[in-house]
Design a protein. Structure first.
Length: 172
């Protein structure tokens, strides 16, 4: 009897997992200019946050292959008369790295549920070459919910920020 119950439970789990998978794929939304949503199958609102810019040296020359290291994102919740959050920040560890192009340009896209107030993305700019010539720098980029544009339905919109970073030569 115990063996039959165990097999029944395992079978039911597989059937439910398959059903949930099918239902999740049917909730994908086609975005005309972007293709299928990055958070396909989600059941909560999402938004796109884009940080782009240029990394240059002290002579304004674009720096190629500088590491753009995104470490984390903090979502801040604003207190209202009907909602008092237990914590005012939810942190997502990201640990994502990209490199600047030949002329120093970069672009990072972050897809996540928008906060109730603001979002901070922390980025470090580091010379990852074997003989590093430039000092490391960092930036905190803040997005507010009011920055989101073009949202509809579950997609709450897109917010973009452009930053320019000037790295100092080591020993300057």
């Amino acid at each position: 009897m115990k063996k039959i119950n165990c097999k029944f439970i395992k079978g039911a789990n597989w059937a439910l997992a398959g059903l949930i998978t099918l239902l999740g794929f049917s909730s994908c939304e086609k975005n005309d200019n972007e293709g299928v949503s990055m958070v396909c199958g989600s059941v909560w609102p999402y938004a796109e946050f884009v940080v782009s810019g240029k990394v240059t040296d002290s002579d304004d020359r674009g720096l190629q292959d500088i590491g753009v290291i995104v470490s984390k994102a903090d979502h801040h919740q604003r207190a209202t008369s009907s909602f008092m959050p237990d914590r005012n920040v939810v942190t997502y560890e990201i640990r994502d790295t990209l490199r600047t192009s030949a002329n120093g340009d970069f672009e990072y896209q972050y897809y996540r549920m928008p906060g109730n107030d603001s979002l901070n993305i922390y980025i470090k700019f580091e010379d990852l070459s074997e003989n590093a010539r430039f000092e490391t720098d960092s930036a905190k980029i803040t997005f507010f919910d009011s920055d989101l544009k073009g949202g509809e339905g579950w997609y709450k919109g897109k917010a973009e920020k452009k930053i320019d970073i000037k790295l100092k030569n080591k020993g300057e």
